[in-house]
Design a protein around this ligand. Structure first.
Ligand code: ZN
Length: 259
């Protein structure tokens, strides 16, 4: 008898070779933790007689790790100085999944007509334009209802007041709800058979298997594979950073079979 452990399943999930349903031979056994692992992800267990070789019955599934973005701001060089002082440079606190991007030690307070969000993380390095990314739920707290946009597309978006240690600034635009997207390298893009600007259809592998039907693909030599969603989306789908979503279609078409 072969005992299948949670660690074995986790490795398969990371490699993208864990199928749903999960086929198991009558001579194999799942540990209780392995059973929980499958149940938590909504993966059904199918027993088959004899000796099925897993590779024969499991179709390769492409999956993408999730990165959940909490509310944050990107600041222009000029606004860094206004908020933190002349000649100030942001202090890296921890690296982000995309190369050279970091969460800074610095935080700011966002002030809207209805309320305040404090300790909002600044992401570095400083950029050309200041951009404030909040969730729709955050929007209800501050009384600002920004549109869903990809990073950089801030024309016609609402503004907000940003308060730092050394000063405050009111920007006339720049607040967005980030549109979900996936970062990938050209190598990943070949594997997924997509190009920059294509859309993937992905589904959470959780007990709330939400489908995201229009995930914009952003391809860059610098990017590592990551599906970026905000906290509202993460909570709705029971996802957290490091979880995986499976790719079930692209450019508006499902790959076939049942969802
Ligand atoms: Zn991103």
């Amino acid at each position: 008898m072969v005992v299948i452990t949670e660690a074995h399943l986790r490795t398969k999930l990371l490699k993208g070779t864990l199928s749903d349903p999960y086929f198991i031979s009558s001579q194999h056994r799942l540990t209780p933790a392995a059973k929980d692992f499958l149940r938590d992800r909504g993966i059904k267990i199918k027993r088959v007689d004899g000796h099925p070789i897993e590779q024969d019955v499991q179709k390769q599934t492409l999956s993408i790790p999730v990165g959940v973005s909490n509310r944050h701001v990107h600041l222009s060089y000029y606004d860094v100085e206004v908020l933190f002082g002349k000649g100030y440079e942001l202090t890296p606190y921890r690296p982000l999944s995309q190369p050279s991007q970091f969460a800074a030690e610095e935080t700011v307070t966002l002030v809207g007509p209805k309320g305040v969000l404090s300790k909002v993380r600044v992401l570095g390095p400083a950029r050309e334009l200041t951009q404030i990314e909040i969730s729709r739920s955050d929007g209800f707290i501050v009384g600002i209802h920004p549109p869903v946009r990809l990073s950089g597309a801030i024309d016609g978006t609402p503004g907000i007041t940003i308060v730092g240690k050394a000063g405050a600034i009111t920007v006339s635009q720049g607040v967005i709800v980030s549109k979900n997207h996936v970062h990938m390298s050209p190598n990943d893009a070949r594997q997924f058979e997509v190009k920059d600007g294509d859309c993937l259809i992905v589904q959470a592998i959780t007990d709330r298997p939400v489908i995201f039907p229009e995930v914009v693909v952003r391809v860059n030599e610098q990017f590592s594979l990551d599906f970026h969603i905000d906290t509202d989306e993460a909570n709705a789908a029971n996802l957290k950073t490091g979880d995986l979503v499976k790719v079930i279609g692209k450019n508006g078409k499902l790959f076939g079979g049942n969802v």
